[in-house]
Design a protein around this ligand. Sequence first.
Ligand SMILES: O=C(CO)[C@H](O)[C@H](O)COP(=O)(O)O
Length: 234
Amino acid sequence: MDQNELKQMVGNEAVKYIKNGMIVGLGSGSTIRYMVDALGKRVHDENMDIVCVSTSKFTENQARNLGITVKAIDEVDQIDLTIDGADEISDDFNGIKGGGAAHLWEKIVAINSTTNMWIVDDSKMVHQLGKFPLPVEVIPFGSKHLFDKLQAKGYQPEFRMTDGNYVLTDSENYIIDLHLDKIDDAHALADELISMVGVVEHGLFLDLVDYVIVGTPNGIEKSTRNGFDFEQLG
Ligand SMILES: O=C(CO)[C@H](O)[C@H](O)COP(=O)(O)O
């Protein structure tokens, strides 16, 4: 099975946990594209009554085109279950997100969700975070100075560019990727980054995810943090 087949497999599995009446947070990225496709099919075939909140304009457009009801996050009182992808997940259920430049909205949706589920192929599972460059969303104003400060700390920053232009997030900010190789103390780094003026949000998602579904060539593996139980969801 190739990586896309693994992504599709976990996308199909995750939608089984969505029930009628739920308010569902939709993540972003290629794995989530498969999940939203599968959800659109369920909504159509089963005439499901659900409301979704999206973590990016891309996912919102995809969902609406499939006939899924999408509301703005501030139009709902709470989010029952958010399903998102990840770039790395460590043994202690912490993660790096933002490979698709959506981590600011993803984190806002995640912290307002009763339950968070991540779905990934097995290449994302790591013992220690940091091989994947850590995305930091920054305000464009003064971002060169912020970049210099990150460089002085030895974090090997790189502005995310495409075709010679700065990548803009859905909030019209820039992304600086930090090439750290390994992160020894993720909580300390998260505190340090968020305290820097001009940083809007970083891609460290710590103590946030409850349920993880991993696609492997041998099938699906499920794990939970802090004794959560998939049975409670299904
Ligand atoms: O955090 C994200 C977007 O900001 C994605 O969830 C993450 O990059 C994983 O993407 P993919 O499913 O394409 O591998």
